[in-house]
Write a protein that binds this ligand. Structure first.
Ligand code: PLP
Length: 421
């Protein structure tokens, strides 16, 4: 058994669509992925057969309860959370982070310190800057090396001290593609007595995520980036979540996870989360070798998911190598991220580049004329774009293949780019 691209692509109806005879080249995945048929089916099952609020005695309510419980358990396996009640659903990562930041802020006192990174998406920056403003906290900044596109954790050691309460860090950069050593960051933060909040939105679609192995305290992600629905997911350690005061209305339950879930959730979105996890389990079961198949039989979904992610990472690493090799051979192009072959294990295949003369938005527009979908700009990685001097200059062009993309698609992209540039 091995990775079977054609079988994977057949799962995604959107990959078969043509526009005026042209295939669609989905390289906009860091902004949102396409979904397999099973996600569409789960959403329609929810809306057609289980469309009810939770907790009632009638059939639809029972089905909705079951569906949400299953999604929580699937997500707990996907993140290796010890307890599915630690999985909280919400609108999206940004909204959930803003929401949690109020509860964390209330827990801290004026003069406490937090550490933010200059590589992160603004969803893991500004909620904490606002929290610091509202609760009188001091912000310290972890910068990255603009040549290696990585953090130097020796700098983290100089920022951590007895006042540090929280370190906020990304699993992978949505602009540079760098995978950060969040396990080591969490270890150092913990040693200093601080909590770690991980923005895993861009790492979860590409790498195995194990909150227990990472040793972080909170981790947030978004299912629409990992082949699911527009749905935010937040994991937090039970012992910490129970210390925090949730901002909630009075009739809402006081217990986890309900106390952090404001109002009525998007049950159809939550149904899609379970189906997306099921899609990864299917890859593990059908393509990732006997070990995974054996573990499914014994009901070990976690092991199956782990094998799937290992298989996909290896394939995506090849895609990244191919893309980076092609881009660096184009005249006038600079890749804004890790390019060394022996360092490709430390990046996801999200590759941003600039051209010495052409504006990123123009390049993206011309690619769109060929039905090739990419984003340009800072992509909300405000601090990272500023650090690289890209913020005022239109940012970069971001090409973000995932495991359903092919080497042939990348070749077509590189040929078109050569003509455009
Ligand atoms: C790294 C990262 N964090 C956070 C977000 C925000 O996620 P959401 O749209 O779920 O709020 C994004 C979205 O692109 C992202 O790439």
């Amino acid at each position: 058994m091995s990775f079977d691209l054609e079988r994977v692509r057949a799962e995604f109806p959107a990959l078969q669509i043509m526009d005026a005879g042209k295939p669609r080249y989905y390289f906009d995945n860091p902004a949102g992925t396409q979904v397999p048929q099973r996600v569409v089916d789960a959403v329609s099952h929810c809306l057609l057969e289980a469309n009810s609020n939770l907790g009632g005695d009638f059939v639809t309510a029972g089905l909705a309860d079951k569906l949400v419980a299953e999604a929580r358990s699937a997500m707990a396996d996907f993140l290796n959370a010890p307890d599915s009640d630690e999985i909280i659903f919400g609108q999206n990562m940004t909204t959930m982070t803003l929401h949690l930041s109020r509860s964390i802020g209330r827990h801290l006192k004026a003069g406490d310190e937090i550490i933010l990174s200059r590589m992160d998406h603004d969803a893991n920056v500004q909620p904490w800057v606002l929290m610091a403003r509202d609760f009188g906290l001091k912000v310290r900044w972890l910068s990255f090396d603009t040549d290696s596109f990585e953090f130097d954790l020796a700098q983290l050691d100089t920022l951590l001290n007895e006042h540090t309460r929280l370190v906020c860090i990304g699993g992978a950069s949505n602009l540079l593609g760098t995978i950060n050593d969040i396990t080591e960051v969490s270890r150092r933060a913990r040693a200093a007595g601080a909590w770690t909040f991980v923005d895993a939105v861009q790492s979860v679609p590409h790498v195995t995520t194990d909150v227990q192995a990472i040793g972080c305290d909170f981790l947030a992600c978004s299912a629409y980036k990992f082949f699911g629905t527009h749905q935010g997911i937040l994991w937090g350690r039970r012992a910490l979540l129970e210390q925090l005061e949730p901002y909630k209305v009075r009739p809402a339950p006081d217990e986890l996870p309900w106390c952090f879930e404001t109002g009525t959730q998007s049950h159809e979105g939550i149904a899609g989360v379970a189906a997306a996890v099921d899609y990864f389990a299917w890859i593990g079961e059908t393509m990732a070798g006997g070990q995974a198949a054996a573990s499914l039989e014994t009901g070990d979904r976690r092991a199956t998911l782990r094998s799937a992610m290992g298989l996909l990472f290896a394939y995506e690493r090849d895609l990244a190598e191919h893309l980076i090799g092609g881009l660096t051979s184009l005249s006038g192009v600079t890749v804004q991220g890790i390019t060394a072959i022996d360092a490709l294990d430390r990046r996801v295949p999200t590759v941003s580049f600039t051209h010495k003369q052409r504006a990123p938005a123009d390049i993206a527009r011309q690619l769109a004329e060929h039905n090739m979908f990419v984003w340009s700009g800072h992509n909300y990685a405000v601090e990272a774009a500023k650090s690289l001097g890209l913020y005022e200059n239109g940012g970069a062009v971001r090409v973000g293949p995932v495991h359903y993309n092919s080497h042939a698609e990348l070749d077509d992209l590189l040929n078109v780019l050569e003509d455009i540039l």
